[in-house]
Design a protein around this ligand. Structure first.
Ligand code: GAP
Length: 431
């Protein structure tokens, strides 16, 4: 398997991921997505939204606030239970999660460690907390959704948004960080049906993993034993991934029972029961919750896509990203940069792909233009960031208005008319 260092270095060098606040020496557990990382993240979020929200008539989207008052976290149990065991080295003062180190000495300097204490992971700002999970936004808005959308069970509330956790020891690149995006939904069901829907979403998670290009051979489902489950969960399956640093959680699927709505009803005094439209019976629905970390998705996608091979007798690195996920879809090259007609035609083709007003599909592609260096080098640059197609405008283009399309994975080239290029890529991206 590719090493984490190789991926971190590629990600930095090619503009996927930069260390947070780097010019000030960095801030542990924070990263910024560069131009390619931002495109990749945007594609993943859109695919997730299409897969889990738009494709299900009973799913309602939400974008709730990041800041929430202490009472929410009292009700949710996070004030009391959202903590990790912290130990500190008495000599070098480094902090560790006790459950992640072996032995009673500091792994860095060998010094003696303090007694463990429970360290709450929530960030506080004034009177409010930055949400450590986005799920509470769904529970707190449950009544608003009932009143405005009048849904029938089963139905879901979904959102994508930032979560913040004051991790004791952020580590392993994007794996454990202090702020990250979650893509998540709460699926409300009748208690008698929870097992059926738990299995339904378990299957859908597997489908999503394949769809996004995560190596399913590296994903393992773990039935989390009772003592290790979050305080709200009656059953949890962790979808673990074989990371270069070991087998650890990628995604989670939890059965939260009626824990959250019941607690919010008790703490807020607001009736959060659902009324059965046929019988008039009032009850608190139970909840199935699939949860997906965006940054862990990005890391698993990059690790799964990384390839080294030989093409035309030369070694190369490429990312076998699914076209729908790839940050750049098409690269446009003029064969030579010193021939005015070729440059003009290349610009015309480029603009036709990235500006919707010129495109018959009305769909702008993330397209780049490159006229620097020889064609072989330009191909390699695109391979390394996973661009599925390179279009070259050559002398023949000026005669018959066709271009070459070069396929990233095989290196094979085919000729295609300039007319209809956008439709050709549009159809290929959605494959
Ligand atoms: N609402 C349930 C919930 O938040 P969680 O297992 O605590 O569950 C959900 O977190 C997902 O968030 C995880 O499956 C993982 O993908 C991601 N995640 C959790 N902590 C993270 C961290 N420190 N850095 C990056 N991603 C994290």
């Amino acid at each position: 398997m590719v090493s984490l260092e190789t991926i971190v270095s590629l990600a930095k060098r090619r503009g996927f991921v930069f260390p947070g606040s780097e010019i000030y020496g960095g801030l542990a557990g924070t990263w910024s997505l560069g131009p390619l990382g931002a495109e990749l993240a945007y594609n993943i979020k859109e695919l997730w939204w299409n897969h889990f929200v738009r494709a299900h008539h009973e799913m309602y989207g939400l974008a709730s606030s990041v800041l929430m008052p202490e009472k929410v976290w009292e009700a949710s149990g996070h004030l009391e239970g959202f903590a990790d065991p912290l130990v500190e080295c008495k000599k070098c003062k480094k902090r560790f999660r006790q459950d992640e180190i072996s032995g009673k000495k500091c792994p860095e300097c060998g010094g003696a460690l303090s007694e463990p204490k429970q360290f709450n992971l929530m960030f506080k700002s004034g009177d409010v907390y930055l949400r450590p999970e986005i799920a509470q936004g769904m529970f707190v808005n449950f009544k608003n959704i009932l009143d405005t959308m009048r849904p029938n069970l089963p139905f879901g509330i979904a959102q994508i948004g930032r979560a913040f956790r004051n991790e004791i020891a952020p580590r392993d690149f994007l794996f454990r960080i202090r702020e990250f995006d979650l893509m998540e939904f709460e699926y409300f069901v009748r208690e008698s049906e929870w097992k059926k829907y738990f299995e339904k979403w378990r299957k859908e998670i597997r489908m999503w993993i394949e769809k996004i290009g995560i190596d399913k051979g590296k994903v393992h489902e773990l039935e989390v034993p009772e003592g290790d489950r979050a305080h709200y969960s009656k059953r949890t399956i962790d979808f673990e991934f074989d990371w270069p640093f070991g087998k650890k959680e990628l995604y989670g699927l939890a059965y939260r029972g009626d824990y959250d709505l019941l607690r919010h009803m008790e703490h807020s005094g607001v009736d959060l029961r659902y009324t059965d439209p046929a019988s008039g019976e009032k009850f608190i629905p139970h909840v199935i919750e699939p949860t997906f970390g965006l940054e862990r998705t990005i890391l698993a996608v990059l690790l799964s896509a990384y390839r080294e091979d030989k093409l035309g007798g030369e070694k190369r690195v490429y990312l076998a990203l699914k076209p729908a996920v790839a940050p750049v879809k098409v690269a446009v090259f003029p064969l030579v940069s010193n021939k005015e007609k070729i440059m003009a035609k290349a610009n015309e083709v480029y603009n036709g792909l990235c500006q919707p007003k010129n495109s018959t599909t009305n769909n702008p592609y993330s397209t780049v233009f490159d006229d620097i260096g020889n064609i072989g080098k330009r191909y390699r640059r695109q391979d390394e960031i996973g661009t599925p197609w390179c279009v070259t405008i050559d002398y023949q283009t000026l005669e018959d208005d066709t271009v070459t399309i070069r396929d990233r994975d095989t290196g094979k080239q085919t000729r295609h008319a300039v007319t209809g290029l956008d439709q050709y890529f549009h159809a290929s991206v959605s494959l």
